[in-house]
Design a binder for this molecule. Structure first.
Ligand SMILES: [Zn+2]
Ligand SMILES: [Zn+2]
Length: 308
């Protein structure tokens, strides 16, 4: 069992109009003790409360694009953080125009945020690394939609070898433990090997990853960037019968999401961004599972983790 959490909570996955109790695109990702929000639909604050996730713990927010169903909850959330007395810096990533939208809101409500809000405009043309902390790096995933839009690829950083606790000599110094975690052998001052690294450590576990792709037309060429990710969330606004409509509106189908998952050999596929035309979502799941087996509906309240 891995004790470091890597948990994705779906807070909303409705496209365009909230329908059948489904709310707009919003997700919460926790890795270690860091918390990230991915898109921030209208009901984001209420959904965070409903699923007992604390807004003040959010370290960074990533907004894919400026269609309302992906960010209209943002100003409300930022204001609440202010009202709750946040002091800690918040990083915000999104298309260039997002900075103006927020500045205008704050100006007309005569609000000066009590915390530093660091806005980082996104380059949506090529894949770039935009964020890094103790646990993860985040890269953009170029998408093609009616307005500038980008996905996000979260990847755990290089993991240290695990110590074989039962085999560790009792008197090791912190410096020696550090050396083991770097993969070095332990030597005495004369340079003789006291312990070989592989006797005291196990290979590091695989670094976990999550890719968020919404909204976009089907881009098979992205399989390269998504290769072998643990979890891929991909928009599936329509079913294959509406493929023409999907490509006209620069959206994708459940079948296309599954094709991409198969091409990229991901472990798990989550479908989302459901159109209000589908009350029952099971046909979308059926359509995708005919192409790619390990597929789930990203329904709000569900928590997804990479397989161990
Ligand atoms: Zn959308
Ligand atoms: Zn959109």
């Amino acid at each position: 069992l891995i004790d470091l959490p890597f948990e994705l909570t779906i807070l909303g996955s409705s496209s365009a109009i909230p329908a059948y109790g489904r709310h707009h695109s919003t997700q919460h990702l926790r890795v270690g003790n860091k918390n990230y929000l991915i898109d921030c639909g209208e009901a984001a604050q209420n959904q965070l409360q409903r699923f007992k996730l604390k807004p003040q713990r959010i370290d960074a927010i990533f907004i894919s694009h400026l269609h309302g169903d992906h960010y209209l909850g943002l100003v409300g959330l930022l204001s609440s953080m202010h009202l709750l007395g946040r002091k800690r810096k918040l990083d915000l990533f999104g298309p260039l125009g997002l900075g103006n939208v927020i500045t205008l809101h704050l100006k007309y409500s005569d609000t000066v945020l009590r915390y530093p809000l660091d806005f980082h405009p996104l380059d949506v043309e090529t894949q770039v690394q935009i964020y890094e902390d103790k646990y993860v790096t985040v890269k953009t995933i170029p998408l093609k939609h009616r307005v500038p839009c980008t996905g996000f690829l979260f990847r755990e950083k290089q993991i240290e070898p695990r110590l074989r606790k039962q085999r560790l000599p009792a008197n090791l110094s912190i410096e020696q433990i550090r050396k083991l975690k770097k993969g070095e052998d332990l030597v005495n001052p004369q340079g003789d090997i006291l312990y070989k690294n592989r006797e005291l450590t196990m290979p590091p576990r695989k670094s976990r990853s999550y890719a968020y792709c919404s909204d976009t037309v089907y881009l098979p060429e992205n399989a390269r960037l998504l290769k072998s990710v643990d979890i891929l969330y991909h928009e599936a606004t329509f079913m294959t019968e509406k493929e023409l409509r999907a490509s006209h509106t620069l959206h994708a189908t459940a079948g296309q999401a599954a094709e991409l998952a198969k091409k990229a050999k991901v472990n798990k596929l989550l479908l989302g961004h459901f159109s209000a035309r589908y009350k029952d979502l099971s046909p979308l799941l059926r359509e995708a599972s005919g192409i790619f087996k390990n597929v789930y509906l990203a329904e709000e309240g569900q928590v997804f983790m990479p397989d161990e």
